[in-house]
Design a protein around this ligand. Structure first.
Ligand code: ATP
Ligand code: MG
Length: 932
């Protein structure tokens, strides 16, 4: 009997196969690309190797293999449209890949791909088709090399090796940069798979758009560097970059007709089926919503695990959209209650062994999903209802595309994501203007990130500094390793000035006033990374004419190069001058205190709020630290105090910090905290605080370290970190939280100060307190009580003034009440009273009515320059056509105001107090006219 492979075995056998051919296994990076603001999500295996192809980084290996978590739901790669409709495209999927960085090339890549598919996995050779590049525009050479390699594979059918043009078989990372031809491997799943039989003239073929042929694997051969649309230069070193759809190969190997029927996704389908209670036939007959639910639940689960929670902007928007889209399809299946958490549970059960992070974040995942579904439930009917009204109007106007701004308003006001509005519109044969929607969203500045695969990161200076590096190596001034970087041991170095770059050009000397970037053979200046800011400092000549550069920051523009950027403050530096470089020590100490405090804060957040409170961003500056973390709600003041106290306790314990270099896998296995959006190499630097590993702080047993379940003493903090830290936590001095607020949906932000910064805050606040005490004539501790007493006094004084004011108004009013003029037979009192509030005015009208059972009273007054009017007409006069509401509305216009009320009593406010008398003067004429 043929071996039945599980998905997990297939993943592992892919990795094992390439490891046996000298590849290093590199774990999947996060769905959030490390250090790359230009890309919303990791969308291919090569994303984490981009900088190797660009030459801005080098790795300790030249062959790599992995299975990479990918999302194709935004930007250049967006498969959302297909998800649900076909059996081969997902939003989230895994991509199996092998890489050569200037190592092997087409011959090996092709032979290994063929061997793995046909020998190791035993696929039927006659079913496989492969493609090679032949330029449809005729300017790039055909990939005869790939063709020659394919046709010599054992058992291959040469007629099934095809040539295709640029669209299918030429791969480019961006408008410029590394690129090259590719070869795809497709499988013929058999005539019965064709879903286009009803389409006239349809012929089943590779890239022929029916389900019979499925693309499995793409082998990209990077051999050119594109400089412009017409200029293609050969690369000195060629690379291989491959990507195979994991779910697709599993579906082929398990002999099922859909990725959703593999052991990866079918458990999710079954969970949905349990929720709906449908029969197998009913599921098969209505498979689209099942696919969507399985796909989206899996995607959202992995997103949340990687720190992307439902929200309004950028990546978070995508997570929200996916959950809401699933919710909408769930409703189509008749699911009324939140259900995503139940499918997510199955995702965690199915994938937990391969992705332990899922298990660790179990509670966060389920909680986020359910909350988001509930949020959506509250608005979905309103959103879809309003959308259907708009679509109805559209149809009645004979149009088919809903305006993007209107779609955006639906999202902004009713939480209906564009993608859902579009789905619904398309169900009705209509559409939504996507460009307009994105524009409206941009205008609200809530879109972010999605864009080209390549952004500024490559930078235009890469080439210059690569050139500089090459020349320095050739001249024997630098080793091939490049600039030696050690910001940990010392804060000063003696060296020679190796290169000066000014205005993007390498020069031999510079003048006072110039801004320059200079290269040394070694440096102790920290280069911004992991949120910790670059060092500043100074570089000076040691012998010869004196000069100095004030270094403002450092950067790493290309692999092996570190530059110090700053201004020449005196003299003229020359290449080859002997120098002395020194870091601004006080500033660096401020930074180190803040960095260590950040680790303590992170640990304390875990202890107090829970494991879900994970780092989502961090800034370690000299004057403060800023820490963003995932947490659904504002933190109450007492909790914040508790967190602050916890960090200060750890400072007092004076724990020693311990730095070790170890393999990434080991650190992760030991429970070290790794961060989202960070890129780690195979060996990592770890920082532990307060544990037996560090031979303890001064009082090891209390408060800090804790015992694990197994009775092992654990550090209070264990993080992967390349930053610089204090030696003992006591060096931090003091930690003060300045504020806590929202950074984004589901993300909170704490800002804090330490050391000198904290002392300054304390001093400033203390001074203010002393001044207050002096003003109040009280002891410091009594300031709150004294202030409260003063406030109470002021309050009762204010009340008293109010009463006196009313008495004055009443006295004035009574004077007028005695001599009310008559209009015909009706007493009409129209009067401006100084300084009467609304209450007082109403009391006055009551007094009028008591004295005049039939009459009209209209009063105006202004308090703090804000005018108000009140009118009162007795019932009998209402019958004679007088109306308080009408009177007030008419005269309110004079004071730039509006108002109304009943025919017997009405009020108005206004803006122009200076015209109050003018308004009141209109009353008598109005009454006169009415009574005629
Ligand atoms: P397709 O034409 O099928 O969309 P592609 O050309 O976009 O594929 P590549 O960018 O070359 O695919 O990605 C490499 C491999 O990843 C593909 O050969 C395919 O097996 C798989 N793949 C691509 N997109 C998806 C997706 N949305 N879901 C699952 N697998 C995918
Ligand atoms: Mg595609």
């Amino acid at each position: 009997m043929k071996k039945q492979w599980t998905g997990a075995e297939i993943r592992q056998s892919f990795v094992d196969f390439f490891v046996s051919h000298g590849h290093t296994f590199v774990p999947s990076s996060s769905l959030v690309p490390g250090g790359d603001q230009t890309l919303l999500f990791t969308n291919a295996g090569m994303v984490q190797f981009k900088d190797v192809f660009l030459g801005t980084d080098v790795r300790p290996y030249t062959r790599a293999v992995n299975s990479q978590k990918c999302m194709r739901v935004a930007g250049k790669h967006n498969d959302l449209d297909d998800v649900g409709r076909d059996d081969t495209h997902h939003t989230f999927f895994e991509m199996l890949g092998n890489w050569s960085f200037g190592d092997y090339y087409k011959k090996e890549a092709i032979a290994w791909a063929w061997e793995l598919l046909t020998e190791v996995w035993g696929l039927d050779k006659s079913k496989l088709w492969t493609t090679c590049f032949k330029d449809d525009k005729g300017s790039i050479p055909s990939d005869e090399e790939a063709y020659a390699n394919w046709v010599k594979q054992p058992g291959i059918i040469p007629e099934q090796v095809l040539f295709n043009g640029r669209k299918e078989n030429f791969w480019e990372m961006a408008d410029v940069g590394p690129c090259g031809p590719c070869s795809e491997i497709h499988i013929d799943r058999g005539a019965e798979y064709c879903n286009k039989q009803a389409v006239p003239g349809h012929i089943c073929r590779v890239n022929g758009d029916c389900a019979r042929f499925t693309e499995l694997w793409n082998l990209v051969f990077i051999q050119y560097n594109r400089l412009s649309p017409t200029d293609l230069q050969p690369l000195p070193a060629t690379h291989v970059d491959t990507g195979m759809g994991f779910e697709r190969i599993v579906s082929v190997m398990q002999g099922v007709n859909s990725n959703y029927r593999t052991d990866l996704l079918f458990p999710l389908i079954q969970t949905v089926q349990r929720l709906t209670g449908h029969t197998d036939a009913e599921v098969a007959g209505n498979f689209t919503p099942y696919r969507v639910l399985a796909d989206h639940a899996r995607a959202a689960t992995f997103l949340i695990t990687d720190g992307v929670v439902p929200g309004n902007i950028g990546r978070n928007y995508i997570c929200r959209m996916i959950v809401r889209r699933a919710a909408r399809f769930g409703r189509k299946l008749g699911l009324g209650e939140p259900f995503m958490a139940k499918i997510a549970q199955t995702v965690i059960d199915t994938y937990g062994a391969a992705f332990p992070d899922l298990r660790r974040n179990h509670a966060t995942i389920l909680d986020n999903l359910t909350r988001e579904e509930q949020r959506f439930q509250r608005t979905v009917d309103a959103g879809l209802g309003r959308l259907n009204e708009l679509l109805g109007e559209l149809r009645s106007r004979g149009e088919t595309v809903l305006d993007g701004q209107e779609a955006f308003d639906l999202y902004a006001t009713l939480g209906l994501p564009y993608e859902l509005a579009r789905d619904e519109a398309r169900d009705q044969g209509l559409d939504v203007d996507e460009t307009g929607f994105r524009q409206a969203m941009d205008e609200h500045r809530i879109a972010s990130g999605a864009g080209k695969a390549f952004g500024a990161q490559g930078g235009e200076h890469v080439d210059i500094f690569r050139g500089v590096l090459k020349n320095l190596i050739a001249a024997g001034k630098l080793t091939v390793e490049g600039v030696a970087y050690d910001p940990y041991e010392s804060l000063e170095v003696k060296d020679r000035l190796l290169a000066i770059v000014k205005d993007g050009v390498s020069v031999t000397d510079a003048e006072a006033g110039d801004t320059v970037a200079v290269v040394l053979s070694k440096t102790c200046f920290y280069v911004e990374s992991g949120g910790q800011m670059s060092d500043a400092g100074s570089i000076q000549s040691v012998s010869g004419p004196a000069w100095e550069i004030a270094v403002e920051e450092t950067r790493k523009p290309a692999a092996g190069v570190i530059v110090h950027i700053g201004k020449v403050t005196r003299g003229s530096p020359q290449v080859d001058d002997e120098i002395f470089a020194v870091v601004d020590t006080q500033r660096r100490w401020d930074i180190m205190r803040n960095h260590t405090a950040t680790h303590l804060l992170h640990a304390e957040l875990h202890a107090v709020l829970g494991e879900h409170a994970r780092q989502a961003g961090s800034l370690v500056a000299p004057d403060r630290l800023r820490f963003d973390f995932t947490h659904p709600e504002a933190i109450p003041a007492e909790t914040l105090e508790k967190i602050e106290a916890g960090v200060n306790q750890a400072i007092l314990e004076n724990y020693r910090l311990n730095t070790t270099i170890k393999p990434l896998a080991q650190a992760i296995a030991e429970g070290a905290m790794a961060l989202f959006g960070e890129k780690y190499s195979e060996t990592v630097r770890t920082i532990t605080i307060g544990s037996h590993l560090s031979e303890g702080g001064s009082h090891l047993s209390e408060g800090g370290s804790h015992l694990s379940e197994g009775g092992q003493l654990l550090p209070i903090s264990y993080e992967l970190c390349g930053g610089t830290h204090v030696g003992e936590t006591g060096d931090i001095g003091l930690f003060l939280i300045l504020n806590e607020g929202s950074a984004a949906a589901g993300v909170r932000r704490i800002e804090a100060v330490t050391g000198r910064g904290a002392y300054e805050v304390v001093q400033r606040r203390f001074k203010a307190l002393k001044q207050s005490a002096a003003l109040l004539g009280s002891a410091l501790e009594d300031v709150p009580a004294k202030a409260q007493a003063l406030l109470d006094d002021a309050g009762s004084a204010r009340k008293q003034i109010q009463r006196l004011r009313q008495d004055l108004v009443a006295a004035e009013f009574v004077r007028h009440l005695a001599e009310v003029p008559f209009v015909a037979d009706v007493p009409v009192l129209a009067l401006v009273l100084p300084n009467a509030d609304a209450d007082t005015l109403r009391q006055m009208t009551d007094r009028f009515r008591k004295q005049y059972p039939s009459g009209v009273v209209v009063l105006g007054s202004a308090v703090d320059n804000r005018p108000a009017l009140i009118a009162c007409v007795t019932d009998d006069l209402v019958k004679r056509g007088l109306n308080a509401g009408e009177i007030v509305r008419t005269i309110a216009q004079v004071i730039d105001g509006s108002g109304g009320g009943r025919p017997t009593l009405a009020q108005a406010g206004g803006k122009d107090a200076s015209r109050l008398q003018e308004a009141i003067d209109q009353v008598v004429p109005i009454v006169k006219a009415k009574l005629k």
